[in-house]
Design a protein around this ligand. Sequence first.
Ligand SMILES: C[S@@+](CC[C@H](N)C(=O)[O-])C[C@H]1O[C@@H](n2cnc3c(N)ncnc32)[C@H](O)[C@@H]1O
Length: 389
Amino acid sequence: MKGEGDKNVAVCDMKLERLLSMKGGKGQDSYANNSQAQAMHARSMLHLLEETLNKVHLLKYSSSNPPPFTVVDLGCSSGANTVHVIDFIVKHISKRFDAAGIEPPEFSAFFSDLPSNDFNTLFQLLPPLVSNSCMEECLAADGNRSYFAAGVPGSFYRRLFPVRTIDVFHSAFSLHWLSQVPECVTEKRSAAYNRGRVFIHGAGEKTAMAYKRQFQEDLGVFIRARARELKRGGSMFLVCLGRTSVDPTDQGGAGLLFGTHFQDAWDDLVREGLVTAEKRDSFNIPVYAPSLQDFKEVVEAEGSLVVDKLIVFKGGSPLVVSQPDDASEVGRAFSISCRSVAGVLVEAHIGQDLSDELFFRVERRAAGHAKEVLEHLQFFHIVASLSLA
Ligand SMILES: C[S@@+](CC[C@H](N)C(=O)[O-])C[C@H]1O[C@@H](n2cnc3c(N)ncnc32)[C@H](O)[C@@H]1O
């Protein structure tokens, strides 16, 4: 349980990797209850995941006593999506072993996220493991788990696994989270100071360039770490928020989520005297939606991985609404969607009560623009399939 001391901590004072998580538990605004849109976007990309999985070399498993086939989901969070994707990967690879006439090895799956992730909620979602005696025969048994599971706490911007131990890395909707808000963005004297704004959508060029540099630095670190951990013949499938514009101050769907009604609600709190302008300005969402070019430059410069596929994919809306004509439902969906991913950071910055005030205003403002929200709020994703050079 979180103690009082955890509240009202300025986000910039505390290392993001000790603080960031999606909203845990199974409540109304939890990530577990608000990740259906991500599930839908992931389903629409399964054919791309299959392509990546079909590239994994299986021949090294034809020897007797093969090592376990090891799959990792990075940025797994605490909802069911990660369980579904691991199940999909294990089943697909099992089928490939069968088709190749190779006895499938045992499977090992690692669910990895930052230490503050709600791993308990995630572990409760795991289906029961098939019995030991059945492990070899029942690899594809429905409703059961045919792999050994473990949680790995830690930032994916560091090494997480021993050298050459992982066959498949998967990561969905996570790599757009930066390791930190660039320091210059919160320094008043810096030309990149993000005065008046809580995200880079619509911010000054220098602020956006600081975010871009941070993203590219982080992605370089990520790639170097994974290139050490990936087995030869293994593959990596990455999906993160992306944008179609070349201009980093136009953050596309992420920009509309964090740069419009969320921004206006912060401004409301300042106008109403509930939060100082300084307090608002010291809060920044540590997300960067890269362009294809931003992403490509890093992979090419780093050089340890080759691109098998790199595309921008239209994912659709992050909102799930049953009555699109009901403006209040649209407003609620927008606010809950925003809170399930950024609520933990907001609460750490201004506390629970002001956070309630903020998201109440987000909801009201989004409801006032419901038609526009439904029409324009679309997410694009960068999809990358990579393997060792
Ligand atoms: C939107 S959730 C994605 C969850 C899941 N992959 C899905 O498909 O529904 C993003 C996740 O990335 C995690 N994350 C962000 N930065 C991270 C980092 N540096 N290292 C590990 N996980 C990180 C967050 O904690 C969060 O759980």
